[in-house]
Design a protein around this ligand. Structure first.
Ligand code: IDP
Ligand code: MG
Length: 138
């Protein structure tokens, strides 16, 4: 069993896609073991996206991710990191494979509705950033 970190970004929450997206994960057979809605602080946003801090799009990315509430989740299942990445589709919704979450609901690169950890190491780091142990199922 593997756990990954999934987040419905402010565009997904604002467009009332929370139920749709959680439903897709559940129907796939993945288990939600942590779930909360929060508004991300500037500090948390910068930590979460630390790998991108030198990129030109970093300021806009941080501004967007802190612009409204997000839904943060810990999701458990078999090979969950790669499964969720496949379900999400490519970063740019305009290039994401048909049927993926980003192709279906995303509009463009900066409004791609969902985040999912890109590796097991990222998953551990991101889960620890967003969730205390007592906020998750064992
Ligand atoms: P990922 O979300 O598919 O893992 P990353 O490369 O980690 O993609 O980028 C994090 C987020 O930053 C993306 O989801 C996207 O919203 C945004 N982003 C990535 N590359 C660009 C870019 O070239 N221009 C603008 N925004 C970008
Ligand atoms: Mg990433």
């Amino acid at each position: 069993m593997e756990r990954t970190f999934v987040m419905i970004k402010p565009d997904g929450v604002q467009r009332n896609l929370v139920g749709e997206i959680i439903s897709r994960l559940e129907k796939k057979g993945l288990k939600i073991v942590g779930l909360k809605m929060l508004k991300i602080s500037l500090d948390l946003a910068e930590q979460h996206y630390q790998e991108h801090k030198e990129k030109p799009f970093f300021p806009k990315l941080v501004e967007f991710i802190t612009s409204g509430p997000v839904v943060a989740m810990v999701v458990e299942g078999i090979k969950t990191v790669s499964t969720v990445r496949e379900m999400m589709g490519a970063t740019n919704p305009l290039e994401a494979a048909p049927g993926t979450i980003r192709a279906t609901y995303g509009m463009y690169m900066e409004r791609n509705v969902i985040h999912g950890s890109d590796s097991l190491a990222s998953a551990r780091r991101e889960i620890n950033l967003f969730f205390k142990p007592e906020e998750m199922l064992n």
